[in-house]
Write a protein that binds this ligand. Sequence first.
Ligand SMILES: [Zn+2]
Length: 475
Amino acid sequence: MDIAIYNTTLLTMQGKGLGIIPNATIGIEDGLIICLGKAKTVDHGKTDQIIDGRNHITMPGFINSHIHSGITLLRGAAQDVPELEWMNKAIGPFIKHLAKDDLIAGSRLGVMEGLSSGTTTFAEYTDNVRDLVEKVYLPWGVRVVAIETINEVSRDRSKLKPTDLYTFDQDKGIAAFKRNKQLFHTFTGNPLVSVMFGPQALDMISLELLKEIQTECQERMSKVHMHIAQGERERLQIQGRFGKDQTTVKVLKSHDLLDSNLIAAHIHDTTPEERELLVDHKVGMVGCPSSISMIDGIVPPVGHYRSLGGRASLGTDQAPGPGHHNMIRELRTISLLTKVMSQDPTTIPAWEALQLGSVGGSKNLGLDKKVGSLEVGKQADIITIDLKKVNLTPEIHKPFYNFIPNLVYSMNGNEVDNVIINGEFIIRDYKFDKIDVEAIINDVNQRATKIFTAAEDDWIQADSKLVDFHRRGYI
Ligand SMILES: [Zn+2]
C-alpha cells in the first residue's frame, strides 16, 4: 500500500447514517481506496507511509460546488452594500482592472485557502477556465470541475440603470461556447478534471445560444451549471426582455430548458411553486449561504429544496463579498441561517450539513462514482481532522459521537492536518507539499495593491455605499 491511516474514526458518508466506523484503518494504493474497516480486519504491514489517526476524524474531502476563485484577489472589496450596487458599482470597478495573471494569482490564493480547510474538489466557474486548470489546479494535483463562463454582455455595466437592458454581443458568447467545448478535448482522460457548460445567467445570454448549449450538453452527457434567479438585478432584466409577468424559471420552463442535467446556482428569487417545478424536473441546486446572505440579504432555500426531495449542495461562490473559500464555514452558515429563517432549530442538523458538503456535492456534480464518500474502489480524496484542539474538546464517543456536531458548529477549518487528493498528499501534517504559501501571499499583496490603486477613480465615480463608508472613516 502507498498510504495507510490507522486507529482513526472514519466518516465514510455512505451506508447507515454517516457511515461512522471507530478504531478503523483505511488504505490507499495507486490513487484509489483499496481497503477500509475496523483495524483488526485490515493489514497495513507493507505500507510506504503510515499515519497515526488517533484523535482524528478521517473523511472524504469537501466538495465546493461553486467557486469563482480568481477574484479572491479582491477579498474585502465589496460587502455591506445594496444588492443593486454589488455587481456593477461595488466590485465592477475593480474587476475591470484584473489582468489574466491577476486572476491566476487570486485563484492560487482561493484554492490554497480551500485546500487548507479540507476542500478537495472545486467546481471552478470562470472566463478562460483552462488557464486556471493548467496553471493552478493541475500543477498542484487538485481535482477540478472546469466550467467556462459563457455570456454575451459587456463587462462594463457600471453606468447602466437597473432597468436599462444589457446589450448583447453574439460573437463574445460564441467564442466562450467554443472555449467550453474545447475543454472536453483538452482534458480527455485526465483523472483530475471534469468539464461542464457555464451559461452565466438568463439575463446575460440569448435563448438561442442557451438552446445550442443544452443540445451540445446532452450529446456530451455533461451538465449545464447556471446562475438562476439571483435577485432583483436579474429579475428586472428578465421582465424587460420577456414581459412583466415573466421570471427566469418560467422562461426556462416554457423553452423546455429544465432537466436533470441542469445545476442551478442560488435560485433564491423563486417562489415555492417554482422550486417544486425545479425539483419535479430533477434540477440540482447549489446554495452559497455566505455569498448570498452578504450580497442579497437572503438565505439560499437549501432547506426548502431538500424538504421537497431536491438534490442540493454548497459552494463558497466568491470572496470579495463574504470573504472566504472555507467550506467548514459554509456548513455552519447554512445550518444557522436556515434555522433562523424557518424559526425551527431542527432544520439542517449537523449531520445533514456534512452530507451537503461532501456526498451531496459529488451527487450534484455527477462525480459520485469517483468521490464524495469513502468506499473501496473510489478515488482517494481524503482529509483528516485533528480533534485535539481547544475548540473541538472534549472528544466523546459514548453514548454518541459529539464530534459530529462539533465539526459543523465548533470547527474553524484550520484543524485539517492532512489532505490527500487522488492518493497524493497535498497537505501533510499541516504543511503544503508543493505550495509556497508565503510566496503566494506576497505576490497577491503586490498585485492587489496595484489594482485597488488603479481602480480608485472608477470606484469613487461609481459611488457605491462603500464610498460613503470610506468618506466617513469606517473603512
Ligand atoms: Zn457564481
